[in-house]
Design a protein around this ligand. Sequence first.
Ligand code: UT7
Length: 375
Amino acid sequence: MKTKIVANEIVPKTLRSVSIVGTGSYLPKRILTNADLAKMMDTTDEWITTRTGIKERHIAAPDQATSDLATEAARRALRQAGLTAEDLDMIIVATVTPDMYFPSTACSVQKAIGAKKAVCFDLEAACSGFLFALETARQYVGSGAITTALVIGADKLTAITDWEDRATCVLFGDGAGAAVVRSRPGVRGIIATAMASDGNLGHLLYLPGGGSRNPATAQTVKDRLHFLKMAGKEVFKYAVGSMLSASKEVLKKANMTIDDVDCVIPHQANMRIIRAIGERLGSPLEKYYINLDRTGNMSAASIPVALDEAARAGFIKHGAIVLMMAFGGGFTWGATLMEWRKPEPSQKISSKDASRVRVSNAQKRRFSTNASNLW
Ligand code: UT7
């Protein structure tokens, strides 16, 4: 039996309930497989698969910037929500790979879709960025300050990937996911959120060059400081502990247990991390939506892409309680618990978008086959 929720215990009295009313995602066309990587460097499909669960990842074209990926996802989310760009009051893009320092990637998306009245800004919380941006939007929409926000997680991680570092370059991919956020009368929507940071651990996952600490010079480029650096083993350990604690916190805030959760959308970094969390939370892996086998880790894009695919493929059912959890550089981490409702009848999925769902299902089936070899 589901735990009874008393709304005021979960959302402060001053906030009205806030829901995701449309989602969209975009993955670039080009696919780089583990076999392709094995031809480029000293690695194997076997190593990558057993250590991470990743089989392939999408790679943006050289002329595609993060805002281009984000714009595609944004259009799909708006279409599903039955809204236009002119309805948007706010656009937040969570990313660690902005098109450039400024203007913000969110402003570039605004220009591309014609969201004339939206206030736009980027938010940087690495792989936790989408959940942090979603909570930011919830505060604005929930307080009544605005009506409609577009929250995007988008990253072109291959732009900061060191292809000479086999310990990191096999992990990442490019993509974007978006969610339209509004208050929907009579719907609980987002039930509880937990967010946390620990700057003491920043040195374990970072990009040292190009900022004000080490402005770009020929030397910083020669020293490869413009590429992401990661201490994989340490990050792994913190990732499991942090996502576990954030998940427990939101369940506690909502007065729920893990058994009340119907579906989990975890950050898609490593299948071993997801498995460890599933075991420690006591929730079966069948409840977890996994796409990392064909996307790799897309940082801020991982959760919204997985959410969009899972919702469109029917993996998340109408009325389901969904737990999302993320962890990333900073360190940052968080979790969001929400009740999922299908888009309104007036927000039907277009036939173009429905064809994407079929692809997604086929890929999911392939993953299930592969998955049995992994754990
Ligand atoms: O999204 C942000 C959060 N990021 C994460 O959550 C990532 C967390 N970390 C991880 O997922 C894992 O630590 C990795 C997948 C990055 C690495 O797995 P690991 O089991 O921790 O491997 P390792 O780094 O300890 O390396 C083990 C061995 C080493 O060889 P030796 O020293 O044992 O001889 C590496 O040199 O594997 C070697 N190795 C590789 N071998 C083949 C490292 N990368 C590769 C590779 N192919 N690509």
